[in-house]
Design a protein around this ligand. Sequence first.
Ligand SMILES: Cc1cc2nc3c(=O)[nH]c(=O)nc-3n(C[C@H](O)[C@H](O)[C@H](O)COP(=O)(O)OP(=O)(O)OC[C@H]3O[C@@H](n4cnc5c(N)ncnc54)[C@H](O)[C@@H]3O)c2cc1C
Length: 511
Amino acid sequence: MAGRGSTSEAARERTARLLAQMAPVAAATAGSSGRRKTAAPPVTHTADVCIVGAGVLGAALAAVLGRKGYTVVVLERDWSEPNRIVGELLQPGGLRVLRELGLGEAVEGIDGQAIEGYGVFYGEEAVRLPYPPEAGEAPMGIAFHHGRFVMGLRKAAREAPGVTALAATVNRMWEDEEGTVLGVDYTSKDDGSKGRINAWLTIACDGFASRARKLLTKTKPAKTSTFLALELEDVELPFPNSGHVILADPSPILCYPIGSREARMLIDIPNSVPGKEYGEYVRAMTEQMPPALRAGALAALEKSPKLRTMPNSYLPAVPERKLGAIALGDSFNMRHPLTGAGMTVALADGKLLVELLGEVDDLSDRKATAKKLKSFYTLRKEHASTANVLANALYAVFAARDNEYLPFMQDACFEYFKLNRITRDGTMSLLGLLDTRPYVLVSHFFAVAAYAIVKTVLPLPYPTRIAQAFHILMSATRVIKPLLDNENVTALALLPNSLLGIEASISDFMK
Ligand SMILES: Cc1cc2nc3c(=O)[nH]c(=O)nc-3n(C[C@H](O)[C@H](O)[C@H](O)COP(=O)(O)OP(=O)(O)OC[C@H]3O[C@@H](n4cnc5c(N)ncnc54)[C@H](O)[C@@H]3O)c2cc1C
């Protein structure tokens, strides 16, 4: 099915049209990828939708689109259970989307651990912050072994009608002479043979190191830092059923249960630390952990000295304008994983895409599909902008280097979490991705800045303190404004650039 109310007969008809359309194009574009003319690989499959990658989003999309009656080919280079240190905590907002997609079964029977909120450690202090109740119910996230969750999604995809799952590495998207994407070329994992998929729509879900992205956008990810992962065994976490954030110096540490006996710890390592010093760095960071976590981390280091790391990347979402293809998930948009928002944003993007495709009458009309999908980039802001800005802003504040004023924001932020129910519930709704309104985020962010300013200026507002307060406001603005700009939340980028210019003048004057 390629559009509303399609029948299998209509699907067959479209497939025939697709094959007829492809034959001359294939001949014309044979060898278009390289300088040497090479024969185009044989077309092995024809489908409404071709999905590159069966990770979190690719598998979820294949399952949902297949169930909706589309014919789908999903290509994955490795169908065995992934053993990765990413995507292990799904925020309550993400769990909600997963269920709305009809994929709640993927978190059943995987020894997933309910997450009811966070425990935050700052210096000698600690505070527990539950997700705020909604309609009398306590929202919950869930944490698990990433591979088990992905295998659940893949099972749903394989079992969905109309889905063909191929073990293959996608080499490139193939286009006609006008640059319309017509499908992908691949190498089979089984026998090394090459093949080609024809599809009306190709969806790139090939993750953070996406090859497919290169054809669709010029934007490249920037590495913000590295997460070094440890697996802690049989550790009694200070706060049960919670994520743990240690606001360490120079940057944060995360820990959460991923099984009934295992907990994942992720230690952020700034880019300035050379790879060969990671071991030493991590041992030094254990000094800042609460005793139970420290013991668990040291035992984990002892047990498996081989260090596992992943780059943390920032990739702002830039709309792609190629007919016949779209990139989603990490291949399209990434933010710092500090807040565990990646899977939620990816799944919510997937849900929006499926809804928009449902409004396309005929998927074989690529121009009509592209027109419909134009609104995707505006509509997704509702769920993605706040998640992206929050993650990157929190990381910028809590991993602040070379800025003497952001530590005031760190103190104020921790105080703000504890201040009262409104401040606590407001921030936890944002973190749980239960409230994704950008203005709520901006209000809380500047409320923290205001709190930092009041604490600085009072009780006696000496001129030096007033100047300090001004710099705190400007530093906070410098953190959030570019992030809002990158999300195109321009109306909320509150302070004009001219004010930032005034700050530079005041700094010069003070010197
Ligand atoms: C250290 C770290 C920790 C994180 N922790 C969390 C967290 O706790 N919570 C959260 O929500 N998010 C987290 N994230 C982000 C989250 O992991 C990603 O947002 C999410 O996995 C994106 O899903 P995806 O489907 O786009 O990509 P992936 O899940 O990476 O899937 C990509 C798939 O494509 C396949 N593939 C790639 N290239 C090809 C090719 N050429 N041909 C065929 N197949 C191919 C891969 O094998 C893979 O299966 C974390 C990220 C990092 C870096």
